[in-house]
Write a protein that binds this ligand. Sequence first.
Ligand code: ADP
Ligand code: MG
Length: 542
Amino acid sequence: QYQGLAGRSTNEVLQLYSAHGQQQKLQRSSVVIQLHGTIKKRLKQDVKSLRSFALQLSKDFQHQSKTYLYQVLTAVQGIQLQNEAMQMFQLKAFDLEQSLQEVSERYEKEKQKRRALHNSLVELRGNIRVHCRIRPLLPFDTAAGHSISQDRQRNFSERVAYAADDETVLVKCSRPGHASINKTFQFERVYSASESQDTVFEDVAPLLTSLLDGYNVCIMAYGQTGSGKTYTMLGPQSENFAFSMEDESELGIIPRATQEVFRLISEKPPGSYWVEVSVVEVYNNEIFDLLAKDSCGKVFGVKRDVVTTREGKRDVPLLTHETVENASEFLHLVNLGLQLRVRHPTLVHAHSSRSHLVVTLTITTIVSGDNFGTSWEDEQSSQRLNKDVSCTFPQKMRENKSASSSRASSPAQHEATEKLKQVKTRLQLVDLAGSECVGMSGVTGAALRETSFINRSLSALADVLGAIAEQRSHVPYRNSKLTHLLQDSIGGDAKLLVMLCISPGQKYLTESMQSLGFGARARQVQRGQVKKKNFPVQSKAK
Ligand code: ADP
Ligand code: MG
């Protein structure tokens, strides 16, 4: 084509060339137009699908957000409902808390009322109360034994006796291979391991008011060795068995009771009461006077005997009674007695828990025809005080202290010289021998004798309480020196408090159950109503 053109003129060539260029341009632009159309079409399609996609997407989004919104709304509503419910619950809880508080307050009041009623009931029935004290687990409970394996050791020192509440003892009884059974025992008062000497004494104190009202009172601690009898009755002791008044908060019932007696006496007209003390030990069914002095003034244990006087009262002829003016004089005397208890050759026994210790406070009141009406404001107590009027009493004796101390206490000795009446009431505080049933096998000689005497005297005590419970006409007080000695303060209208002492460990389970059984039986004791005494003519002069 270009060769053909060679001959043509440049003009023609140029024309052709431009025509060709235009043609090409035309061709190119038609392609472009075509392409453009296609692209446009495609683009339109794309835009369309994009739009529908976007539409779909926004629809989806709207739908989703609606669902989410709905969910959020329901959740918010739920939370609101929950909040309302929570508020309701809070209100309800508050109401319940308030009513619980009211109920507990009412319960406390009712309990106090019930206690007061119970006390008057006990008073009417003759007054045996049984309290139970569970001592804490102590280091010696967990001390490793020689022959026992570690496992058994751990088992043994496990706590099984608890105070479920202030009237219930709960004991977990378990035997190997058996499910454990819980046993409960009810008493007038149960002290947990954390309760102090103070708390224990609070419940004892009212009995001392009764003492000055003219009732004989006996407080005894019963339990196996190591269960806390001496701690409860006297307080923690040093090695020589002495106890001191240094730490007042640790003092036991005996020193506190004496303080209380002197406090109560200080509220009475001066000189109208005085207090004598005797300390005896009952060992192998013999009574030993721990305050008796020989001619040189040295104390030594002397055997005494208990008799029943013509007036039907118990008496220990020649027993030493020391007059004391205050609690510290008393403690001094008791300490002397306690030290003798360990020292004296006739009283040799390995452990204080092998004998019964009986500390007696005899409170003598002088009642004369003249001062009677003024001395005793409370008619009831004056009536009671007159119940025990045993003899008339020479005034000189009251003035002469030395005559009244270390005297023989037979009331029959006093002759009538003036119209003065002597009224005696007795407070007997007893730390009993350990109640553990020591096996007889392998035990010989002195130890066997000792063990069988303890077993006999404690079962005599159980028999006496049993006979009283069944209101039998014959109560075997004389089956042992212990019960004979205590007859006036556990029989008749006297008030007896048995303080059961319990060791909490598994190791002591059998003994604890035995003690609780003893307490439960003693608790059933219901004596006849307190007999109304005939009052002397003077009482009516009031
Ligand atoms: P028991 O006279 O019955 O043989 P103890 O009174 O001698 O027993 O008590 C044995 C040990 O346990 C003593 O060391 C005593 O101080 C301690 N103990 C007893 N009861 C308690 C108690 N409630 N709190 C603290 N220690 C106690
Ligand atoms: Mg003891």
